[in-house]
Design a protein around this ligand. Sequence first.
Ligand SMILES: C[S@@+](CC[C@H](N)C(=O)[O-])C[C@H]1O[C@@H](n2cnc3c(N)ncnc32)[C@H](O)[C@@H]1O
Length: 300
Amino acid sequence: MQTLSGSLRRSVVSRHVYSALRYTSSQASSSSNQNNPKTTSFGFQTVPEDAKEGLVKNVFDSVASKYDLMNDATSLGVHRLWKDQFVADLKPGRNGSLRCIDVAGGTGDIALRILDYAREKYADRETTVEIVDINAQMLKEGYRRFKQTMYHNTPQVSFHEANAQELPSEKFVDNSYDLYTIAFGIRNCTSIPAVLKEAHRVLKPGGTFACLEFSKVNNPVLSTLYDQYSFSIIPLLGTILAGDRSSYQYLVESIRKFPPQPEFAQMIRDTGFRTGTDVDGGAWTELWGGVACIHTGVKL
Ligand SMILES: C[S@@+](CC[C@H](N)C(=O)[O-])C[C@H]1O[C@@H](n2cnc3c(N)ncnc32)[C@H](O)[C@@H]1O
């Protein structure tokens, strides 16, 4: 916990009002005056690239303490099934213990499942997971949660505050991990190619990249129902349960801005990973008709 504790002390949970998460046009023009013409999406807004990280950080500062509760409420518990399948498909521990890195790991949902799966299925107590997140508040919630588990204070889990796009290379060394996971995190990053490049760098040759992310629903009926649910119910639940509509509005919008399955699969291949072919069951596995999707690649 050496890495985390200093930043946790510095960090303060901020309670956000709507305006705190909106990038105003005056901010935009002052930033573009500073010769920074590159833009990116923050939900449905277009913002300067260098502003996105701070805006995303505000979102997760705001939702951290309610994150697990809200995940259950907004997905009606379905995120648990998706995460179970994500980890079960990877079969951690089957061929011996693994060194894993869970990036944008938040409160540790994936890390806990990896460790539990390896232990329960294969009696593996050697697999390790390093949980990496840019947000100290999310890590703090994860640390608190792991305190209740048998992994607390063991070498099996550790917490690290870092940016997925530029993992410090002295700590996250080239060719050092068997498994890299990122769940519901990559769409929040400013540059997806930069995240993929770092994943490729830290994985051993033959290591696996696995991403669980919201994706594109191709069935028009399901897509309409899903849009209605996400744009009306999720921000409403954010207001009622977390007192924070705008963060949940952003989370829904960011899902729609994420590249569709074939485009993301191509980005993974362009980074140097081998994937299956561009069909459901090949390069990706769709969950609930594409509401979420698992993408995997193997480092060549
Ligand atoms: C929706 S949460 C997902 C948390 C966890 N993986 C899960 O599935 O429950 C997204 C996480 O991505 C983190 N994040 C956003 N941008 C990041 C970045 N550039 N580098 C590392 N983590 C980032 C956020 O702080 C947040 O904890």
